[in-house]
Write a protein that binds this ligand. Structure first.
Ligand code: HAS
Length: 561
């Protein structure tokens, strides 16, 4: 089946516009490593200051690029796998809301009126239009799920007894998590931040705001992860030349992430006051539980890779690893998914360190944390986005992937960069190097009394890694732009675009993972149980509200903009 013409256009916009914005996001990532290592000893470069650049980096890369990709992949998978037409009006409304919201927020960042980082923590205050932009963006990202549900229900009615395609299960799980996660942040933005930045309220309850943010902020990371898991479960085994080892494992992982993604944001607030240690302890245990679906994914995908390698003639206990298609330009997508998995091994293990309440005290707010998340969101997720976007864009435009050897090289260069970068930040973090700090002005400046020579090597490793990551991005854009400029492939222009789809090796039929409803109900109840006490405590504690601040001044902001 061919995708609807207008849907193809919308998907292309959802992939290409954020990739264009990402050029700024990636540039500011490399600049961060320059500031942090002291190569740059200034507050700003080319009129953009440190916190402005850090905000652009986080908002564009972690919120705009990831959400657009999830929506674009969602439309592609739902439409192709269910062989159904989706609402073009819904897709267009979603695109317009998301684009206008993203551009409004980006404009405020680049005008220097929203240097509040991607967490937009108060008492840092942004211009009201930044919060309006965020609200539009979030509402726009809700629309696709609402329009997919009737399509899915119709498909189920017409295909009684058939299993829902795995990719569709994964996409519906992704957006169910997103819907649950974004409600509290919508409350934070509309009830707290926007009126406060408009000057309608004179102070903000920072603890309530942080708690609502992290109610959203942790499931946000699984919202990033789930589209990549869709690609891992549906595409990777096929690209490796084999089958998905267990169909049940994939479906269970998606359902378990619906259940467990939301009720554990307090692990980002282990150091915050005003929340009881019991509530933090409970959510700490839930955080360890949410690692289980990922551990299951690790074993299932390893078994799928082993099956594929043995089909290709692999032998022995470990000898089969040699038979995977690590570098085959015709199969350029495989390395994006495979390198992502290798990176995620280290991102996942360090997440378990963070989740351990006592060890978190050692690493919290240090460079260790960005090291962890560059091995997760900048590892499997980012590589999934790059690979998935190239696949869908060239597939929809019927263009060849030009220099496919370079396309296959990108993930290896990126992996090398992230490992060097993160190793530096892990080492620095364990020595107390802080995150979100312009170290070049002080700790990385030998002329400063605060100079820390023991952070020199880690911070410079971070910078070298960052430059290698920058090189990978450059190579990727060379491939993408050359592919976009190429003439369409004549033979392929006849064939409808399709996604690589793996068959199951074990095709278990377990009723418990066929239906979303019990998982969603259980997730809502678990969230209510996990958050009732901390929210009640924060509301009751009578915390003094705070005025707004900007990162460059200790004086409170005057809210007449
Ligand atoms: Fe995290 C902080 C705990 C996963 C992202 N995390 C962050 C932040 C971000 C982030 C962005 O408990 C910083 C937020 C901020 O700005 O302050 N995280 C965890 C845990 C997991 C975890 C327990 N995080 C993620 C994922 C992210 C992400 C996924 C992005 C998508 N994280 C924390 C905690 C903090 C935190 C604390 C707060 C710290 C603080 O103090 O501020 C788990 O879900 C991880 C489970 C994953 C695994 C790995 C499975 C491995 C697989 C690969 C298999 C490989 C194969 C190939 C088969 C158990 C699937 C084999 C190949 C060979 C060659 C061998």
């Amino acid at each position: 089946m061919e995708l609807q013409t207008n849907l193809r256009r919308i998907i292309l916009a959802e992939l290409l516009v954020p990739l264009a914005l990402f050029i700024f996001g990636a540039y500011h990532g490399v600049m961060q490593t320059m500031y942090m290592s002291g190569v740059i000893r200034a507050n700003s470069v080319a009129g953009i200051d440190y916190y402005q650049g850090l905000t652009a980096h986080g908002v564009i890369n972690a919120i705009v690029l990831t959400t657009f990709f999830a929506v674009a992949l969602g439309y592609t998978v739902v439409s192709l796998e269910l062989k159904s037409q989706v609402s073009i009006a819904g897709a267009a409304i979603s695109l317009v809301l998301m684009l206008s919201g993203a551009l409004m927020a980006a404009a405020m960042i680049f005008l220097g009126k929203a240097s509040v980082l991607y967490t937009f923590y108060p008492p840092l205050m942004a211009h009201p239009l930044f919060y309006v932009g965020l609200a539009l963006f979030i509402v726009g990202s809700w629309v696709p799920l609402w329009t997919w549900i009737p399509v899915y229900l119709r498909w189920r009615k017409e295909n009684r007894g058939r299993k829902t395609p795995m990719g569709v299960v994964g996409i519906l799980a992704t957006f169910t998590v997103w819907q649950m996660a974004t409600l509290p942040v919508a409350v934070e933005v509309l009830v707290q931040l926007l009126p406060w930045s408009l000057g309608w309220t004179h102070g903000i309850n920072v603890m309530m705001s942080r708690t609502l943010f992290w109610f959203f902020g942790h499931p946000l990371v699984y919202f990033w992860l789930l589209p990549t898991y869709v690609m891992y479960y549906t595409m990777l085994p096929k690209l490796a030349g084999g089958k998905l080892f267990s169909d049940f494992a994939g479906r269970f992982t998606f359902m378990a992430l619906i259940l467990l993604s939301c009720p554990l944001g307090l692990h980002h607030q282990f150091a915050d006051p005003g929340i009881s240690t019991t509530s933090k302890g409970i959510q700490g245990v839930l955080t360890l539980l949410v690692a289980i679906p990922s551990l299951l994914t690790a074993f299932t995908l390893a078994a799928s890779l082993e099956y594929a390698a043995r089909q290709r003639g692999g032998k022995g206990l470990f000898g089969w690893w040699n038979k995977l298609p690590y570098f085959n330009p015709e199969n350029w997508l495989f390395p994006y998914l495979f390198c992502g998995l290798v990176i995620f091994l280290f991102g996942g293990i360090t997440g378990i360190v963070n989740a351990s309440y006592s060890m978190n005290n050692v690493v919290h707010n240090t460079a260790w944390i960005p090291a962890h998340f560059h091995l997760t969101v900048a590892g499997p997720i980012f590589l999934g986005i790059l690979g998935g976007s190239l696949l869908i864009v060239t597939g929809l435009l019927k263009k060849p992937v030009v220099s496919s050897w370079m396309a296959a090289l990108v993930p290896y260069v990126w992996m090398m960069g992230t490992f060097v970068f993160s190793s530096g930040l892990f080492m620095g973090g364990l020595r107390g190097e802080p995150r979100r700090t312009n170290l070049g002005l002080t700790y990385m400046n030998p002329a400063s009394p605060s100079y820390r020579s023991d952070w020199y090597v880690p911070a410079h490793m971070g910078m070298v890694g960052g430059c290698i990551m920058g090189l990978a991005v450059l190579l990727y854009f060379i491939v993408l732009i050359r592919s976009l400029a190429a003439a369409p492939v004549a033979t392929a222009s006849q064939a409808p675009f399709s996604l690589p789809t793996s068959e199951p090796y074990h095709d278990e039929d377990v009723p418990a993972v066929r239906n979303f409803t019990p998982w969603v109900v259980a997730a809502v109840l678990l969230c209510a149980a996990a958050y009732y006490v901390p929210i009640r405590d924060i509301a009751k504690n009578g915390i003094t509200t705070a005025p707004g601040f900007r990162p460059d001044s200790p004086a409170a902001v005057n809210t007449t903009h």
